[in-house]
Design a protein around this ligand. Structure first.
Ligand SMILES: Nc1nc2c(c(=O)[nH]1)N[C@H]1C(S)=C(S)[C@@H](COP(=O)(O)OP(=O)(O)OC[C@H]3O[C@@H](n4cnc5c(=O)[nH]c(N)nc54)[C@H](O)[C@@H]3O)O[C@H]1N2
Ligand SMILES: Nc1nc2c(c(=O)[nH]1)N[C@H]1C(S)=C(S)[C@@H](COP(=O)(O)OP(=O)(O)OC[C@H]3O[C@@H](n4cnc5c(=O)[nH]c(N)nc54)[C@H](O)[C@@H]3O)O[C@H]1N2
Ligand code: SF4
Ligand SMILES: [Mo]
Length: 813
């Protein structure tokens, strides 16, 4: 250790922070080096130093030796002990009878062996014994907290079913619309480049600082979404990057931006098409790239010919000059990096919006270039995504064909999503055809957060005959709909591996909490119980054997094992960056035939997408109004005069998590709906007042937050709210329906390409809560009175869902 006051030079960091070691003693603490991804959940995985005392986590610090976060941590990770030792944390497997759903006290502690027996017996007696196919067992998963591969592994390889879903997440409205658009266009997934693909990060000799960061419908400073650290934005801003922001709300970044296009939610595709128009009209195209590598230039030019900034400005309620200015900056200010924004995924028109944005980035040469948008691969080609386990040879072709949605949605049939189509699951649960008998959920709390139309989701999930959920704490979904609960360990209570995107990281189990198991251990336990032949044939009897198997079976396996990595024996590190190259389309690295080009039919970036055309889908982006909007439903707009967007992220919560933590609730106590002062005055509501937000499908209550930065005529409401401090029993279920903005969102009406639903473009009205209009709680309305939407009134608005299920058929509840 250095003397107090002595200068710590950078060179000493290795020594100070024990490079090459994974555990050491510091005073009363044992320090354990690892990574944090989940739980509690996050899209990132920061390098951590866990300070342990008496077998418990005392506190955590960022690992300064891991370049990705360089020692920095968010509030949620600084507060890990509160998450870990909260009284709501689950300790043992628990079971209750189906008729006791809604009664939290009815859960009884059982052993893991009993839990495995219960699952085994149900499958043998109630699925196989009664002649239901294994496809009637389905998995539900949430966002990629690094808990995405475990569920298909269990569903495919342990249970032999092809059906895993993002839990009633209409149109798979996160990431999938974007990946579908970009994979169709260029055969790969572009990720904004902030140097993270090389260990030297910003200092890598080939990296260039982005001239422009195009922040479109996202708030990376808060969300750190998708393997992307928000502070990378400020790091490159310090080195000269400029910002262009497309957002209805003025935020910290827009205040620093060269230009913000402030738009009506849901109109992104129109604005993106107009930016393409400007770039083409003013010939701001990067001809060196586009003439050689873009297919369909003439068709695209023709498509956007009339999409003038004035046309888009009228649709989007924005300024045409801002569109021009933004397009010019994107095209002329050096490389342009466009971090992922979920706003575009969360709309029926989302695939088109992303297609148009990436056509623009291709025209301006911002594909696979330093400081632009690089074509990402997972490390050595390991499969640890939602598609994991699907091709391990367990499922027969007949069984694979039973994946819900493949027959109706061509994009699913050809593999643009690894999962079943969630709208089809909703319809199947509602009609009973096909029967979906048993569910297995890991990493999702659907009625609180993921499912559109929460009321409908609740009733649909109550139709499942036997429901299993793995979580680390009691949730509304468990309280309301689950029969068997399996408790999971925190990040430092598990052996685990992280592969997307880069670098590969391994973290070790350094503590045990009661009888919790990691999700990885649960895969092994259920796998060896249900399908021992398969798991033994792969040599998988433990979690670490499975993790090592995943590494060994990668397309280009690394020359180290899971144990090497976890013990910091890979060049003295517990992480490893694979070799990375820019402009891979020039060298043949993108195609199995080794030819230069992109992995598309033409080998080019298809502005006019032949893949879409071949599937009978619109080959080029087209603007469509949201299903509800001032222009698509003017009559509704009279009654519901505010445009509603939902779910902007905040520092305190990751979706429905952290609500039980006093430190997070101290700075963010209640659900908030942000509105402009003029709108607040117009609708007679004040800052801090509880109001009803009502749409055509239901209502919920949140607190008004008057915000001058919010566009007039637009409101933005929180998602994911429930109240662990309230009654967990039905009908309240911890108040999950009280402030749930998904009481208003629509299910079974995804967009043309089968992806994207209108979570961020709805209509609503807002009025003060009064004792008179608050007598029946939303919980009572949903649970006791049959829901906001009566089942018989429900319609399948998506044509493909409708084609299969026709009108509604009522089943017995
Ligand atoms: N702290 C925290 N971090 C998270 C999460 C979390 O719950 N909490 N969730 C994770 C997940 S799964 C995801 S997908 C990411 C999402 O993270 P991001 O992609 O960064 O998205 P948000 O933060 O939701 O985006 C909010 C911004 O979108 C704007 N916006 C709303 N509607 C529209 C619209 O129609 N068009 C445009 N252009 N802008 C719009 C809002 O005004 C707001 O400024 O965050 C991840 N990270
Ligand atoms: N209206 C509206 N709705 C939205 C959004 C929006 O912007 N607006 N955003 C949508 C988006 S982008 C997404 S991705 C979804 C996210 O939806 P989900 O990913 O389903 O998020 P949660 O509801 O928080 O459910 C996660 C559950 O997993 C548990 N958990 C956390 N870590 C682990 C773990 O390691 N193992 C296990 N077994 N369990 C764990 C948590 O305790 C929690 O109960 O929500 C969507 N819902
Ligand atoms: S919450 Fe913040 S510090 Fe923790 S893993 Fe996520 S990005 Fe890193
Ligand atoms: Mo998401």
């Amino acid at each position: 250790m250095k003397e107090k006051g002595e200068n710590v030079k950078l060179g000493n960091l290795d020594e100070l922070y024990h490079k090459g070691e994974v555990t050491w003693t510091e005073g009363e603490f044992t320090v354990e080096r690892g990574f944090q991804w989940t739980p509690p959940g996050c899209h990132n995985s920061c390098g951590m130093l866990y300070y342990m005392k008496d077998g418990k986590l005392d506190h955590a610090e960022g690992d300064p030796l891991f370049p990705y976060n360089g020692g920095r941590l968010c509030a949620r990770c600084l507060n890990l002990p509160e998450a870990a030792y909260h009284e709501e944390r689950l300790k043992y497997p628990m079971l209750r009878k189906r008729e006791d759903r809604g009664n939290v006290d009815a859960f009884e502690r059982i052993t893991w062996d009993e839990a495995l027996d219960v699952i085994h017996e149900y499958v043998v007696n109630e699925i196989d014994g009664k002649g239901y196919g294994r496809e009637s067992i389905f998995g539900m998963v949430g966002t990629g907290r690094n808990i995405c591969w475990q569920v298909p592994w269990i569903i495919n390889n342990a249970f032999g079913s092809p059906n895993t879903f993002c839990a009633l997440f209409t149109g798979d409205s996160c990431a999938v619309p974007r990946t579908a658009a970009t994979v169709a266009l260029m055969g790969s997934y572009p990720v904004s480049d902030f140097g993270q693909f090389n260990e030297q990060m910003l200092d890598h000799p080939e990296f260039q600082i982005p001239g422009t960061i195009l922040v479109w419908g996202s708030n990376p400073l808060r969300s750190n979404a998708d393997c992307f650290q928000g502070f990378w934005v400020t790091d490159v801003m310090k080195r000269g990057s400029k910002l262009v922001v497309v957002d209805p709300l003025i935020n910290w970044m827009s205040a620093k931006a060269e230009v913000q296009i402030q738009i009506r939610p849901g109109t992104d595709a129109a604005v993106a098409m107009a930016m393409n128009h400007v770039i083409i009209e003013e010939d701001l195209i990067d001809h060196e790239f586009a003439d050689k590598w873009c297919y369909g230039m003439d068709e695209w030019r023709e498509r956007v010919k009339d999409c003038t900034p004035e046309w888009a400005a009228e649709i989007a309620w924005c300024d045409a000059e801002d569109i021009r200015k933004a397009a010019r900056i994107v095209a002329t200010n050096g490389p342009c990096a466009a971090p992922f924004g979920v706003s575009n995924d969360q709309k029926r028109n989302g695939v088109a919006a992303y297609h148009a944005i990436f056509n623009m980035l291709a025209l301006t040469g911002n594909i696979d270039n330093p400081g632009g948008n690089v074509l990402a691969n997972t490390n050595w080609g390991e499969v640890m995504s939602y598609v994991a386990g699907y091709d391990e040879g367990v499922l027969t072709p007949e069984m694979k064909a039973k994946r819900l949605g493949d027959a109706e949605f061509p994009m699913h049939a050809v593999g643009f999503s690894a999962l079943g189509q969630p709208d089809m699951l909703m319809a199947a649960l509602e009609t009973g055809e096909p029967a979906m008998r048993m569910s297995f959920a890991m990493g999702t709390n659907p009625i609180a957060n993921m499912a559109a139309d929460a009321s409908r989701a609740y009733h649909a999930l109550m139709n499942v005959d036997f429901a299993i959920c793995c979580d680390y704490r009691m949730t509304p979904y468990i309280a309301g709909c689950v029969d068997l609960v399996l408790p999971v360990g925190m990040n430092w209570e598990r052996n685990t591996l992280r592969t997307w995107f880069t670098p590969m990281r391994a973290s070790r189990k350094v503590a045990q909490y009661y009888e919790c198991k990691s999700d990885e251990e649960i895969v092994v336990a259920i796998g060896n119980k249900m399908n021992p032949e398969f798991f033994q044939s792969k040599g998988i009897s433990t979690d670490t054997e499975m993790l090592n198997y995943i590494m060994e079976s990668a397309a280009n396996p690394p020359d180290f094992t899971w144990w090497d990595l976890a013990e910091s024996k890979v060049d003295g590190k517990n992480y490893a960056w694979p070799e990375y190259h820019y402009r891979k389309y020039e060298t043949g690295e993108l195609r199995p035939d080794g030819e230069p080009g992109f992995m598309t039919t033409t080998g080019q970036v298809e502005l006019y997408c032949l893949m879409f055309a071949g599937l009978g889908l619109n080959p080029m982006p087209q603007y469509e109004e949201p299903a509800q909007s001032p222009y698509s439903t003017p009559e509704l707009f009279e009654e519901y005069p505010l445009v509603l967007t939902t779910g902007g992220r905040n520092f305190e919560f990751f979706h429905s998590e952290q609500r039980e933590q006093a430190h997070m609730r101290a700075t963010y106590p209640d659900p908030r709906v942000r509105m402009n002062p003029a709108d607040a005055a117009k609708y007679g509501v004040e800052d801090g007042q509880w109001v009803w937000i009502e749409g055509t499908r239901g209502r919920c209550r949140q607190k008004v937050r008057v915000n001058e930065g919010m566009m007039e005529g637009v409101v933005e409401a929180d998602h994911g709210w429930w109240f662990p401090e309230r009654d967990g029993n039905a009908p309240e279920l911890f108040g999950v329906f009280d402030s749930n903005i998904n009481n208003l969102t629509e299910n079974c009406n995804c967009g043309e390409y089968s992806f994207g639903g209108d979570y961020r473009s709805l209509l609503c009205k807002i009025y003060p809560c009064t004792p008179e209009n608050s007598q029946v709680t939303p919980g009572q309305q949903v649970v006791e009175q049959g829901g906001f939407t009566k089942l018989e009134d429900t319609v399948y608005n998506n044509p493909a869902v409708n084609a299969r299920f026709g009108g509604m058929k009522k089943i017995e509840r």
